[in-house]
Design a protein around this ligand. Structure first.
Ligand SMILES: C[S@@+](CC[C@H](N)C(=O)[O-])C[C@H]1O[C@@H](n2cnc3c(N)ncnc32)[C@H](O)[C@@H]1O
Length: 252
């Protein structure tokens, strides 16, 4: 069978016969209260979150490779979630759910403390226009909420092709995580994890990637207090300016 592609980027997995499809879309999140992962997935398993998932390429890859792990991914843009959901459905991925939601309110309102094993953030929107800088997802408060959500030993993975965003992240991430910059190539490079990574590589852009486990001994009150005094992401984004930013807004 031909591989499904989107803007030349292969979509992982293959479309199954319709009888084997899954239902991975979460149409409505509850008005209040944290999500009960066991009730959502019908089993107790480690939970991996992806925020700003775009077309869901990383979540599809990870869910196919790790059927024993449950995956919940969100994006603010309904069109990309529509495509991601359809593809996960067609691949019979019962260990995946997609929902339309912004990353900060999702982490702040819906994810119980210590309830997830990994949080992944690939190429958060840099919002080049200074008037939109307040929309940037990686803020000290967001990081405090990611820290809170992780079970002991839990992992945060982040990457970007924006040098200014990376510079900001490398200053604030170590406050909450034992943060390591991934210096060399990683196992799924140069193929790439997310659509943005694949496209950025094809344009010769440098990918900045790092990971860290939630610091132990950092209590919630202290994390919130630190978040209040750390600098907000008001950096000036100098690029890279390229056609990719327009592509991000389409589901494919
Ligand atoms: C540059 S794209 C990267 C998409 C995907 N992670 C990838 O690497 O291919 C940024 C994505 O973040 C989404 N986004 C922007 N602001 C967001 C927010 N506050 N919360 C969640 N998603 C957001 C956009 O809709 C877009 O899909």
């Amino acid at each position: 069978m031909d591989t499904e592609t989107e803007f030349g980027v292969p979509i992982p997995g293959r479309i199954l016969p319709e009888a084997e499809w899954a239902k991975t879309g979460v149409k409505r999140l509850p008005l209040s209260g944290t999500l009960d992962w066991a009730a959502i997935f019908g089993r107790v398993a480690p939970v991996v979150l992806e925020l700003g998932c775009g077309n869901g390429r990383y979540t599809l890859l990870s869910a196919l490779a790790r059927p024993e792990v449950d995956h919940f991914a969100t994006d603010i843009l309904p069109v990309v979630i529509r495509y991601a959901t359809r593809r996960a459905n067609q691949r019979g991925l019962h260990n995946v759910r997609f929902a339309v939601r912004d990353g900060e309110s999702f982490m702040g309102a819906y994810v119980a403390a210590g309830s997830v094993s990994e949080v992944h953030l690939y190429h958060p929107q840099p919002y080049h226009d200074p008037k939109q800088a307040h929309l940037r997802l990686v803020t000290p408060r967001f990081l405090a909420d990611v820290h809170r959500s992780l079970a002991p030993g839990g992992l945060f993975v982040v990457q970007t092709d924006n040098p200014d965003y990376w510079d900001y992240m490398t200053r604030v991430l170590p406050v909450f995580f034992d943060f390591h910059e991934q210096a060399a190539d990683w196992p799924d490079a140069p193929e790439g994890r997310s659509r943005r990574e694949v496209l950025a590589r094809s344009r010769g852009l440098k990918i900045f990637k790092g990971f860290g486990h939630a610091l132990t001994g950092l209590g919630r009150a202290e994390a919130i207090a630190l978040a209040q005094v750390l600098p907000p992401p008001t950096f000036r984004s100098r690029g890279p300016w390229c056609d990719l930013d327009a592509i991000e807004r389409q589901g494919g």
